[in-house]
Design a protein around this ligand. Sequence first.
Ligand SMILES: Cc1ncc(C[n+]2csc(CCOP(=O)(O)OP(=O)(O)O)c2C)c(N)n1
Ligand SMILES: [Mg+2]
Length: 283
Amino acid sequence: MDLKAFSYEGLSSGHLACAGCGAVLAMRLALKAIGSNARVVIPASCWSIIAGRHPDASLKVPMMHSTFEVAPSIASGMRAALNRLGLKDTVVMVWAGDGATYDIGFASLSAAAERNEDIIYVCYDNEAYMNTGIQRSSSTPPGAWTTTTPEGKLEEKKNIILAMYAHRIPYIATATVAYPEDFIAKFQKAKRIKGFRFILVLSPCPTGWRFEEKRTVEVARLAVETGVFPLLEIENGAWRITKEPMWLPVDRYLKVQSRFAKASTESFERSVKENWRFLERFL
Ligand SMILES: Cc1ncc(C[n+]2csc(CCOP(=O)(O)OP(=O)(O)O)c2C)c(N)n1
Ligand SMILES: [Mg+2]
């Protein structure tokens, strides 16, 4: 893939993200793949701030802010209205954090997926409620420090991919900012498919994960190459790994982030292995 061919920039400079924000790079890549026909719905999150408000919004495509719980419902209505106007080529995309996806908006996400609404739902997963001060979500990995898990989270990360698979939607994928070709290919494919599409984007957060701002892409790459974050897609029920990990030691991923200062490498490794054993049942 020639990345230079994706010259569209749907994001302005001067947005309000922290330096090194993985979720900003993610939006930039997503809009390169989808183009100016995107219409974005953003529930309460860091991205509510990053996008800002009209007329100073950082997105060049039309965008609607929503309350935490109902972005998929608003996107469903927006899709219906656009269809009514004959604007069938527009792509309605929800851009939600992990708090909105895994926890607070899960009911409306599930309902829209079950109706197979014709929208792309993206969860930019920074593994905590970052905008309100780094509280744990059900996406926070085990052992991770957050302000509400000062000794490290005790529970596992919720398997949202499996939860979405249970909805029998036509397309599910994971992506991250360290692999732009894989990322763009998945968004392009999602754009072509009709019905409910769900993409989980691991979005490293220097502020909440406690790493140097310049290491965002390196952290995302380590998540994949240690096997912590599998890159996969599920097309009409068929699972496929899109990038085999190099199986670097998990420690490499943990050591670059101070949020794992109190985590046990052995138990983290065990949960990575268990996740893969579970995943292999579907491959
Ligand atoms: C019903 C409701 N509860 C809580 C809040 C406060 N709130 C706004 S943004 C946010 C954090 C969102 O976390 P996430 O979805 O992971 O996005 P992130 O901030 O990490 O980008 C919270 C708790 C809210 N706006 N509405
Ligand atoms: Mg979050």
